[in-house]
Design a binder for this molecule. Structure first.
Ligand SMILES: C[S@@+](CC[C@H](N)C(=O)[O-])C[C@H]1O[C@@H](n2cnc3c(N)ncnc32)[C@H](O)[C@@H]1O
Length: 198
């Protein structure tokens, strides 16, 4: 899709352009095949909207969310995990092998690179498979807790989880759309509770 903006979509022009500069993207991919990168920070106000809309659960606050593939979020969020030291995360680790106990977080948000090319070109990394990230997120979230992932694909629900809803996320007309997919981990059986035969 060509850039709808007068900056023509070139990297140099986008860096000068009032519409593109610093608005939603922290990274501009010089070899983006469309000349129109979207893959940087979350859109402005995105996390506030997710919490206010209770997408990750009714009583979940920003303080409760573990952010995996956190990028720049370590500046503002409490629990952040990224594989790159440059991102200054709370914990530097791969989202595919989290150093946390099972069921230790109220909610998890994932924002991995969206393709092998982006992982390589923007971060010089192998692209972690969404299914592996989701499996780990599902392990560390508490029973009844939710996992959200922002991606261009909608992945199958990880083990012991159900897909709750898919939301379209865009920064406006002329911009691409991503999917915020939300999963919920099943409640474990209450200890000592058995169904009485009727
Ligand atoms: C799209 S950016 C996240 C941007 C973030 N949402 C923000 O608002 O700044 C993707 C991040 O995933 C990280 N990443 C890539 N592979 C990873 C892995 N296996 N484990 C953890 N983080 C990874 C990259 O270092 C990069 O910071």
């Amino acid at each position: 899709m060509p850039s709808p903006c007068s900056c023509n979509g070139t990297t140099e022009a986008r860096l000068r352009c009032l519409r593109h500069r610093g608005r939603t993207f922290d990274v501009l991919a010089s070899d983006d095949p469309d000349g129109f990168a979207i893959f940087g920070r979350y859109p402005k106000g995105f996390l506030a909207h997710v919490v206010k809309s209770q997408y990750l659960g009714r009583n979940v606050t920003r303080e409760d969310i573990l952010h995996v593939c956190s990028g720049t979020l370590s500046e503002s969020e409490r629990w952040t995990v990224d594989i790159r030291a440059e991102a200054c995360p709370w914990v530097q680790a791969s989202g595919t092998a989290l150093p946390f106990r099972d069921a230790s977080f109220m909610a998890v948000m994932l924002d991995p690179p969206y393709s092998d090319e982006y992982a390589r070109n923007l971060y010089k990394l192998e692209n972690p498979r969404p299914s592996w990230l989701l499996k780990e997120a599902a392990r560390v979230v508490r029973p009844g807790g939710r996992v959200g992932i922002l991606h261009v694909a909608v992945a199958f629900a990880p083990p012991a989880c159900r897909l709750v809803k898919v939301y379209g996320i865009s920064t406006g007309v002329g911009f691409r759309i991503r999917a915020l997919t939300v999963y919920e981990k099943a409640q474990s059986d209450l200890p000592g509770f058995t169904c009485a035969p009727s």
